[in-house]
Design a protein around this ligand. Structure first.
Ligand code: CMC
Length: 427
């Protein structure tokens, strides 16, 4: 909606009227598209002040610490819903009836197996490959196996691809782990929940029965819910950018996985655990906090800070609670949790962190939970990717459903002006 305008006066005193757009929540947005015709671009590296698209999926108010999926608060979803129901909500916009949910659940569950030939792809990787490298490769390669539904202009094809990705991600994620430890791949079990089936494929072996612990199953489900979507973050924007050229969905999600891998984004959960291990005891914390504040040291406190949240990350609150539940269930007193709690306490009372509004984010606690479950840190970002796949697909689908332009930003060129070329090579 737009009923206000702002006027920009250019150097030659001509005025350009720009529409001000209002969403249902959040800041107003100035529509700068008219500027291109006037020979001007806007400059916003890192997109700190740019809305790249219109979306109805997720809303974040970073100052208030609010996160809504299709209007539903994240803490209510984490407490009263399950991951597949959240997937339905993200993809369809409304909470499902019991019947709609059953149909959705059955469709996801019935497509969890991957083409058997894909197992051979895994064997092409070194066993010590980082599982994110394998995930990236194998996800992109799905396009070579499921080319019956790759026409992104056909809605039904988009729907089939969405179900395939959602269903097969846990299978491939668990295969990455099994491959890395040299154990046989475990086939999915359709009688288990999404989270339960993932734990089964991670920890079952052909030699003995694996019983899914309901507390760990619930914790895994919560981790998946809390990572399901987060509006236009780096990986989601990457998926949208890749998709805007009409690229196939498997290629787009592989691009999202690649972007997620970075330590400033999804790689932060692995980096947080490594940092806590490096700190190792509470008495080392002051030294690490000092380093985080030193401008000449590149070290940052991993799991702290967020581009959008300038308040406590609402996902971190739920994650903290789940962390305690899991450690209680397993009867573990984790030294790293002790370090994490003390670090949180010290940072939250330090003027450097207070002034910059740096609070623990979702990744601060998730690593401790996953480690307690027996999951190695190299798998943390893979699990994040598995959870975020639904968000990526929801955005990719929304972009196609509503019509799109290819993403093509411009630049402020600061290189050489034109100059004559003379080759120094011997001819
Ligand atoms: N430790 C120490 N100082 C920090 C940290 C940190 N973790 N994060 C930000 N700062 C400082 C930064 O040095 C800067 O200080 P100054 O104003 O004096 O130059 C100020 O806070 C603002 O930082 P920024 O880099 O301009 O903020 P940004 O919005 O560009 O970056 C961030 C956000 C998440 C990349 C950053 O906070 C960070 O690197 N955090 C650690 C990595 C992390 O935990 N990432 C996970 C994010 S949540 C999961 C996800 O969405 O993927």
């Amino acid at each position: 909606m737009t009923d206000k305008k702002v006027t920009l006066t250019l150097q030659d005193n001509t005025a350009v009227e720009l529409d001000v757009m209002h969403g249902t929540l959040g800041q107003d947005v100035v529509d700068v598209r008219a500027l291109g015709n006037k020979g001007l671009f806007t400059f916003d590296p890192g997109f700190t002040s740019t809305a790249s698209c219109e979306s109805k999926i997720t809303f974040i108010d970073g100052d208030e610490g609010i996160l809504l999926h299709r209007g539903f608060p994240i803490d209510q979803l984490a407490t009263h819903s399950n991951y597949l129901e959240v997937c339905y909500i993200l993809l369809n916009g409304e909470a499902p009836t019991q019947e709609q949910f059953e149909e959705f659940r059955v469709t996801v569950t019935r497509h969890t197996m991957i083409h058997e030939q894909i197992t051979r792809l895994f064997h092409g990787f070194r066993r010590d490959s980082h599982p994110m490298a394998v995930m990236c490769g194998v996800t992109g390669a799905l396009a070579a196996f499921y080319h019956d539904s790759l026409d992104v202009n056909i809605e039904r094809h988009r729907e089939i691809a969405a179900f395939r990705l959602l269903s097969k991600m846990p299978t491939m994620a668990a295969m990455c782990y099994k491959y890395s430890i040299g154990q046989p791949f475990v086939y999915p079990r359709n009688d288990l929940s999404y989270a339960g089936n993932f734990l089964h494929m991670m920890f079952a072996t052909p030699c003995e029965e694996y019983k899914v612990n309901p507390v760990l199953e619930r914790a895994m489900d919560r981790i998946l819910i809390l990572h399901a979507d987060h509006e236009q973050n780096a990986s989601t924007s990457t998926v949208r950018t890749a998709g805007s050229s009409g690229a196939n969905p498997f290629a787009c999600i592989a691009a999202g996985i690649a972007s997620l891998w970075g330590p400033a984004h999804g790689g932060a959960n692995e980096a947080t655990l490594r940092m806590l291990e490096e700190i190792s005891t509470v008495d080392h914390i002051p030294e690490f906090v000092r380093r985080a504040k030193d401008k000449n040291d590149s070290f940052r406190l991993m799991g702290f800070g967020h581009r959008v949240y300038k308040n406590y990350d609402p996902r971190a609150t739920v994650m903290r609670e789940t962390c305690h539940e899991v450690l209680n269930e397993l009867g573990m007193k984790d030294d790293l949790l002790e370090v994490a709690m003390e670090l949180e306490h010290i940072a939250l009372n330090d003027p450097y962190f207070i002034e910059r509004k740096l609070y623990p984010n979702v990744d601060f606690y998730s690593g401790i939970i996953l480690k307690a479950m027996g999951i190695p840190s190299s798998m943390f970002t893979v699990i994040f990717a598995m959870a975020r796949t639904v968000g990526w697909i929801a955005h990719w689908k929304e972009m196609h459903d509503e019509g799109m332009k290819i993403a093509r930003p411009r630049q402020l060129y600061t290189g050489y002006t034109e100059r004559p070329f003379t080759s120094a090579l011997k001819k």
